[in-house]
Ligand binder design. Sequence first.
Ligand SMILES: COC(=O)c1cc2cc(CO)sc2[nH]1
Length: 234
Amino acid sequence: QDLAVDVITIFPNYLAPLRESLLGKALERGQVRLGVHDLRAWTTDVHRTVDDTPYGGGPGMVMLPEPWGRALDAVAPAERAQPRLIIPTPTGRPFTQAVAAQLAAEPWLLFACGRYEGIDARVAEYAGGRMVVDEISLGDYVLCGGEVAVLAIVEAVARLIPGVLGNALSASEDSFTAAVDGLLEAPAYTKPALWRGLAVPEVLLSGHHARIRQWRRERSLDRTRKRRPDLLDS
Ligand SMILES: COC(=O)c1cc2cc(CO)sc2[nH]1
């Protein structure tokens, strides 16, 4: 097993897509282990309460620390080697391909999915006493919870693990990897050569590999200039 992933959430079904396709095969092969846990399993009241009003006032509700403490103790018992705890949150550090590569080197990732206005801050503080806690943002937009972010992070990480992705090569020529100097990829084409009156750029049919490389680099540069000028500063 190259990677173990556990997710604690109040919407376990939201993580079902992780069992599909490529990742599903890596799960069947035992290359990746995936555990999805319902936070409500660690509630003690008849209503299975996971949230309450925020101290200091303000809108919405905050997730109670006690169910989270019991969940962390059950999923990552203190006497065992600890996972890296990933908490998706808009207040986290930006998720980038470099961060994905960093996480792909970890043997065990534990994801805590917030809902409502988030998780009582003491949960991350307490967990930090025994595991690395990594609060991660996917970008500057608001979701209703961490589950969608977990799907994105797990896919980005698992596909970097040799053998999980069908064809390893395509991982090396992705956008944002060094192979294309951190530029956006050039547009891609396949058959037919003419489709609804639209032709494939001639150079790609020429067989001149040096010209094709040059054309793709020019397309990467003008696409990056237009859409992601920030990538040109680095
Ligand atoms: C209670 O909401 C969350 O736990 C939550 C997690 C994330 C991740 C986002 C994108 O960076 S927005 C967001 N909300």
